[in-house]
Design a protein around this ligand. Structure first.
Ligand code: DDH
Length: 300
């Protein structure tokens, strides 16, 4: 017989359902942004994985390198400590889960809770940091740049043009923060609900260039029909978002996803699942084989 104690809140190693539940419980954040930690969880998952380089097999979510200044202090990751702090109580309840698994799973759970598709997720990432696998800075995309840059960044991870567009649809969620990236505002009116609205607005609104006080350029839309006192917060697009609509190979996918939400959800789920697996090697049972560590994982 087990006696109930505070410890009974904790879970058995491997009980990912319990972790999922606790991540979901962390999403509701009244007073923070648009009331949800969901968007910043998704961005944490993406930035943890999006440093991967296929050619050198460096970077990626394995190792949770963002815990350290070299990666966590990258200006591209500004603000993501907020997400990591929100997840700390979950780690405390389930100390057996690695940060690398927790952060990627948080993205998957957040997406689903915000109305998005199921993404296939497998555990097994370790928190062992192999110095030779640490990504240099500059691996994540720079919003001020153009199509060549987007291709260079995403081809490096092994994605194609269609996958670039699908993944970029994540900007249906969340917002730019002046004190993080320097950009300002949400892409859509309901930034905590996943949909294909980002693509629809990208194609259908008249976006006006706007230079922010910090010198960054973004594109802006506010409804000209609304009287001054009813004006809502303007919507925004990054320069790299606008490129998706103008580039001849990207734009057909923008149109497809604007027209077909199911296709977008299916393609997003597939590409996001692939992103989270970059650099993780598994055997046929799904067990990770590149866990050359005894330090990572759970030490009881
Ligand atoms: Fe992004 N993103 N992202 N993004 N992103 C920002 C916010 C969010 C770029 C730049 C920015 C993806 C691709 C790109 C999310 C998910 C994803 C911000 C604002 C910038 C800047 C950050 C801030 O100020 O807090 C660029 C450039 C690209 C690109 O070139 C393709 C991808 C692939 C994803 C993904 O998840 C698959 C999410 C979610 C946010 C909202 C975060 C928040 O806190 O809200």
């Amino acid at each position: 017989r087990y006696f109930l104690s505070a410890e009974s809140m904790a879970s058995q190693p491997g009980d990912y359902a319990a972790v999922r539940k606790d991540i979901a419980a962390q999403l509701n954040k009244p007073g923070y942004d648009d009331g949800s930690a969901g968007p910043v969880f998704l961005r944490l998952a993406w930035h943890s994985a999006g440093t991967y380089d296929l050619e050198t097999d460096t970077g990626g979510s394995n190792g949770a390198g963002m815990r350290y200044e070299a990666e966590g202090g990258d200006p591209a990751n500004a603000g993501l400590q907020v997400a990591r702090t929100f997840l700390e109580p979950v780690k405390e309840r389930h100390p057996w889960i690695t940060y690398a698994d927790l952060w990627t799973l948080a993205g998957v759970v957040a997406l689903k809770e915000m109305g998005g598709p199921d993404v296939k997720w497998l555990p097994g990432r370790t928190d062992y940091v192999d110095d030779s696998k640490l990504p240099p800075r500059g691996r994540l995309p720079d919003a001020e740049q153009g199509a060549d840059h987007l291709r260079q960044i995403f081809y490096r991870m092994g994605f194609n043009d269609q996958e670039i567009v699908a993944l970029s649809g994540a900007h249906n969620l969340g917002r730019g923060h002046m004190d993080r990236s320097g950009y300002d505002g949400p892409w859509v009116n309901n930034p905590t609900r996943f949909s294909n609205q980002f693509f629809k607005l990208l194609l259908n609104l008249e976006w006006k260039p706007r230079t922010l006080s910090n010198g960054l350029k973004q594109f802006s839309y506010s409804d000209p029909e609304l009287p001054e006192d009813e004006k809502e917060e303007p919507l925004m697009m990054l320069p790299t978002d606008m490129v998706l609509a103008s580039d001849p190979a990207f734009s057909p996918w923008v149109k497809k996803y604007a027209d077909d939400k199911d296709l977008f959800f299916k393609d997003f789920a597939k590409a996001f699942g692939k992103l989270l697996e970059l650099g993780i090697k598994r055997d046929e049972q799904g067990n990770v084989t590149n866990t050359d560590n005894v330090l990572g994982g759970y030490i009881s």
